[in-house]
Write a protein that binds this ligand. Sequence first.
Ligand code: FE2
Length: 379
Amino acid sequence: MKLSFNKSDLLFQFKKTDLIQLKKIDYLEFYVGNAKQSAYFYANAFGFKPVAYAGLETGVSDRTSYVLEQGDIRLVLTSPLTLNNPIAEYLKLHGDGIYDIAMLVDDACSCFETAVAKGAQPLLKPHKFTNKEGYLVKATIAAYNGDLCHSFIERKNYNLFSPEYIPLSNFIETKPTGLIAVDHLVLNVEIGQMNPWAGFYQKILGFQEQQEFTSDDISTKYSALISKVLQNNPGKIKIPINEPAQGLGKSQIQEYLDFHNGPGVQHLALKTTDIISTVRHLRSNGVEFLDTSCKYYDNLLERIGEIDEDIDTLRELQILVDRDSEGYLLQIFTKPLTPRPTFFIEIIQRKGSMGFGKGNFKALFETIELEQAARGNLL
Ligand code: FE2
């Protein structure tokens, strides 16, 4: 299923350039069954502040959206209001999930033109919205496959999130949990599709391959996967892409694909500068994390060397640690945040390491397998 937009003609003359410079992720738009309740969840559990709203009261007849922010992270939670609505079709097929990974750029028209010239499927031609303070330009292309897209967002002194949104000041009082930025987003794609997807990000959006993991790196007794890490030039946007590989049982990636009904965003990694404080806060808010075997913490210091954090505290909170030549990182993964075993969030703190916790893959995947087995989806 592809979403299509019936909009007017281009408002701009394109400039001749073949460069797409993605500055950072501007927002992540989730399609969800109940945007109001999801906003309450992300506000109360993760500490995001609801800041803007669009819906019937603001002249939008087919959807309701809440915008939430924390640090440099902006989430948009959108639900359909009508039956014949591509958002409703998305939800029927996939359940709640991330539909738009929107990128901030200096010139949205140029990015759109370049991407389409290189073969990207256009979904929304560039539109400019102007108010007294400034302007916003938005244009959207489809990702390589599946129900995922990328908007190019250009902002100049524009004081609203987007037209038809109003500021939201009285929704709920929230306490930030220390989340400061998007670290990376991981895509799950079907067998044989990792390289075509990687090619899309390289050819169309100018990403570069940073790392590749084989099934020898990422396998347990039952389940296996291969993975490639793509990043844009300044390394501000990182997108690892996973593909299932043959094992004795069903790969966790295949379980995702079966329930999501196609490729999509498996997890969103959010950065903190104090993972102990953040995870304590999230746990007290009721966020559920994957369990870590107590054995993991035996000999942890021998495995990874000296670290600043107290091992007993890491054990208590079940935070994982990994080291590479540049430093170390701390990370933890939530259980799926959706009824289907699909989307989850990772919390990560980097202390030099720019990797993804390769040393934790085995422990992590064995934990995921236990959960998969409990769902009856491992063998
Ligand atoms: Fe991750």
